[in-house]
Design a protein around this ligand. Structure first.
Ligand code: GDP
Ligand code: IMO
Ligand code: MG
Length: 443
């Protein structure tokens, strides 16, 4: 019997609550596989009174599920080892029986961060400074160094001595072109060797062929969750280019990133934050620059998990979500942070855009500049009560067995409206950060 492959994708600009949803779904899964991105991600799980912030480790580690970092990810071994140590301090041991890292995964080195800094993309795009773009550039240019080479200690030294001088020249060239007015940092290859060789030795026991492991598990009837990082509109091709990341967060990215065929995917779950947020530059038609925006920012604690930056906030945008449905083929959605909309009065949802030529569209245009100029038309919905965390928890507990009927009337109406607009059923509604603060469609 064939198992089930379930992809969990951010439907907006990232930070939708993917970590929480993957944690919830992983209770019932055998493997959790991260398929793209790297240390730019920050996935939060709140469970058993503890908060876990994961950057590279798949969210399955919190439940001790087999967790795989697949070939489509770019791994900074410094971040990964620090993360394993942090989890260990929180009582979670991540050994080789839990974590597997594909030998084909590309590795991030200090020159990737130096090149990102030199390129000025931090200022232009608001990148996270983790070296993500330059690492994927190396992968595409066929000049990258992969995990299999990192753990081969003798080969690593030779490869680093071969690569470092050309990277040094490249960095000097980029700095000399005047994009950044600071001096070019020195890439001391001996220092890099002495930092990375021990990391390779430490991580060697985790090396494996994650594609084969996942395919074998599926053939054996197992359930595999594919955990996306970032979000649909940060996709390199289909996001708001150039204000995007350098990988493919959309559902198709699970196939190329994890090494499975499209027939391995049975379900695609979209994570939809009840409003919209975005970190960094780029179009955001429903952005709120007023007091309501400030209220949502503070109540929703909309500050980045990885960089601590303030997230931009705005109303829910159904035009973006319709596009997201097309790009991902959602079989269901999970609505998160509905509690944050409680007590802010009437709610708005953008259902169409007016474009500069007078046309009206109900789907986000493909052209980034046009999206920048789109003026949202809003539908107004009744406000949701200003419940405390305790009141939401009481509603969740008291309503057990009633599915979404546990929600206050207007909250339920908001959920039904989103389902109606998108034509996709909601599988859960989340009303707090904790693992238990979630209502499933069917209990
Ligand atoms: P991810 O990158 O998609 O995993 O999302 P982040 O972890 O970066 O950001 C989501 C934030 O919202 C985290 O701090 C979560 O703990 C929190 N969160 C998730 N779901 C809910 C919810 O339903 N209500 C509230 N209040 N917080 C939530
Ligand atoms: P999770 O997985 C939100 C954004 C950055 C920047 C752009 C490119 O937690 O949802 P990069 O460093 O990737 O080259 O930056 O993408 N970005 C994210 N925004 N959530 C994330 O991850 C993000 N990862 C990258 O802010 O605008
Ligand atoms: Mg995040």
């Amino acid at each position: 019997m064939m198992g089930r492959g379930i992809v969990v994708v951010g439907s907006q600009f990232g930070d939708e609550g993917k970590g929480k949803i993957v944690d919830t779904l992983s209770d019932n899964a055998d493997i959790v596989a991260r398929y793209q991105g790297g240390g730019n991600a920050g996935h939060t799980i709140v469970a058993n009174g503890k908060t876990f912030k994961l950057h590279l480790l798949p969210s399955g580690v919190v439940r001790g599920k087999r967790s795989l970092i697949c070939a489509g990810v770019v791994v900074d071994p410094r971040i990964l080892c620090a993360e394993i140590d942090e989890l260990s301090a929180l009582g979670i041991v991540v050994g080789p029986s839990v974590l597997g890292i594909d030998v084909r995964t590309h590795v991030i080195f200090p020159w990737h961060q130096a090149l990102e800094a030199a390129s000025g993309s931090g200022k232009k795009i608001g990148t996270t400074g983790k070296g993500i773009g330059p690492a994927y550039e190396d992968a595409a240019a066929r000049t990258g160094l992969r995990f299999g080479e990192l753990i081969d200690s003798q080969g690593l030294v030779a490869r680093l001595r071969e690569i470092a001088p050309s990277k040094q020249r490249l960095i000097q060239g980029v700095y000399a072109s005047g994009v950044d007015d600071g001096g070019a940092p020195e890439m001391d290859v001996e220092k890099i060797i002495s930092a990375y060789s021990p990391l390779g030795t430490l991580l060697a026991p985790f090396a494996c062929d994650t594609s084969h492991e996942i395919n074998s598990a599926l053939r054996g009837g197992k359930r595999v969750l594919f955990e996306g990082a970032q979000g649909t509109f940060l996709d390199k091709e289909f996001g708001t280019y150039p204000f995007v990341t350098s990988s493919h967060p959309i559902a198709g990215g699970a196939c190329t990133g994890a090494g499975v065929g499209p027939t391995a995917i049975s379900e695609v779950h979209g994570v939809v934050k009840a409003y919209t947020t975005r970190v960094g530059a780029g179009p955001f038609p429903t952005e709120l620059a007023d007091g309501v925006g400030e209220l949502i920012t503070q109540k929703g604690r909309e500050f980045g998990t990885t960089t601590g930056r303030r997230r931009r906030v705005g109303w829910l945008d159904a035009c973006l979500l319709r596009r997201s449905c097309e790009l991902n083929g959602f079989t269901c959605i999970h609505i998160t942070k509905l509690d944050i909309l409680g007590g802010i009065g009437k709610l708005k949802v953008a259902t169409s855009y007016a474009l500069p030529d007078g046309a009206v569209t109900d789907i986000a245009p493909a052209d980034t500049e046009l999206l920048e100029k789109a003026i949202p038309n809003y539908e107004e919905l009744d406000g949701i009560p200003d419940f405390s965390g305790e009141e939401w928890r009481a509603a969740v507990d008291g309503g057990k067995g009633n599915g979404f009927n546990a929600l206050p009337t207007n909250a339920l109406a908001y959920v039904r409206r989103i389902e109606g607009i998108l034509g996709v059923p909601a599988a859960s509604v989340s009303v707090g950060p904790g693992r238990e603060e979630i209502i499933r469609a069917k209990d």
